[in-house]
Write a protein that binds this ligand. Sequence first.
Ligand code: PPS
Length: 569
Amino acid sequence: MSNLAPVPELYVSYESAQKLKVEAGDLLSWDLTPRQICDLELLMNGGFNPLKGFLTEADYDSVVDNMRTADGALWPMPITLDVSEKFADGVEPGTDIALRDQEGVILAILSVTDKWVPNKAREAEKVFGADDEAHPAVNYLHNIAGPVYLGGPITGIQQPVHYDFKARRDTPNELRTFLRKMGWRRIVAFQTRNPLHRAHQELTFRAARESQANLLIHPVVGMTKPGDVDHFTRVRCYEAVLDKYPAATTTMSLLPLAMRMAGPREAVWHGLIRKNYGVTHFIVGRDHAGPGKNSQGEDFYGPYDAQDLFREHEAEMGIEMVPFKHMVYVEERAQYEPADEIADKDKVTILNISGTELRRRLAEGLEIPEWFSFPEVVSELRKTRPPRAKQGFTVFFTGFSGSGKSTIANALMVKLMEAGGRPVTLLDGDIVRKNLSSELGFSKEHRDLNIRRIGYVASEITKNGGIAICAPIAPYAATRRAVRQDVEEYGAFVEIHVATPIEVCEARDRKGLYKLAREGKIKEFTGISDPYDVPENPELRVETENVDVDHCAHQVLLKLEAMGLFSGQ
Ligand code: PPS
């Protein structure tokens, strides 16, 4: 049975907060990262009870080694404030620092008691099971987190501001108040970072029935695994599914947690957090909070490691585990059943669609059957993940001046506009230099800046479903790679090397620049007095000698069609 008395929070009273906020204006301040904002919110609102602040060095060592704080409380996850070396140099234990959100709002004061350089390899091994950057949290630890940790108690001034789904967000005490008001004493929570389909609904129904509890759908909206469906889409999906549950027994609340994908330790952590939210039962599935494959292509954790570790600590945590059943659809009986309870397995047809298969069907605009998901959920997912032929993408031409990039790019633009469907923007070298980069010259530094600007605009166009055609010289492979990375966050990047040899470009000399370059009147001229890294693996290489422009542009269109980006209809 739940004890729904309030959990301790770290906030001071409203009046003190107003006063502190003014005083904190003079303190040295740290701009929190998105992950730190999530951690701070749960520290302050009691979601991370019994922690009173960012871990001290002694607590950190103990949590990393034994899953307990120095005074023995079970706590599996290091909640640390990582900062840059430069910032840490100006902070000594004994000082107070202001913690600000990304707009500069002061959320809390940290009274620094500890400052240390952690052994990150050890943290990775002990907490995540391997020092392998294929693990998203290990990657974060080594490549995103700062090198120095600060620890100490927190004085909470205000909650981080959220503008989205406000009515669906509850602090532990707000949820406890709701549960108390509803008279719910047994509550089973379902943790998720994915959209809910019919199988999930069935398993949550069963979990609630078996534990004779009310159901709390408790999705994570802080940070989940990179590449997951964004939380805006997911919450719209959850709201659609919520209508299929009986309102009298089920509720949903959003959890601003930054997940670490730490499997077994994460499951225990999730349980402790839910306990703080007033929950009595917690569903733990196969491969709970699993990070995917390691760099050897193997799973980081065994499929039931999370359940085993949870079971080991269940009594101490005071929250009961409801093991997740793997539900599959039995066609003949038109219903979901737990896979391990189907006695007549070889006489029935068992249907299942994996996450990868679902993504493929969405990407190709293929049917997603009603037995698998709810039409409302599929329709939300289709809005966010339109088929490839409707997604934004970037075509990036690179080659010498006079190679024919602009001419082919123009022809391609016209052909794509003729086909219609998506807006097309041409970011030609000359146009960009006039409108975006007029102050830049042709040094390596300036060229890089120019290309990064083009990449930024192209990635925004791609994100918003348009087609960006870029046609700069872009002589440096590393910079092209960086642009590819920026764009690929949102859509396809199609690199096209216009491979006209320098002698041909020089012989054409359409702008008379090569002559000036040879005479030394233009310095740092690509191919003459400045380097060009030939693309090693472009999506397409086009030759322009004795080939007309129309044919070159057509080759590009065919490539786009082969990549599923253009349907030609
Ligand atoms: S870069 O390296 O990608 O930033 O160059 P980009 O912005 O595409 O260059 C656009 C045009 O600038 C003219 N130009 C030069 N090119 C190369 N090197 C030097 N030093 C130089 N000075 C001027 C050249 O005409 C480029 O136009 P394109 O369209 O490529 O012929």
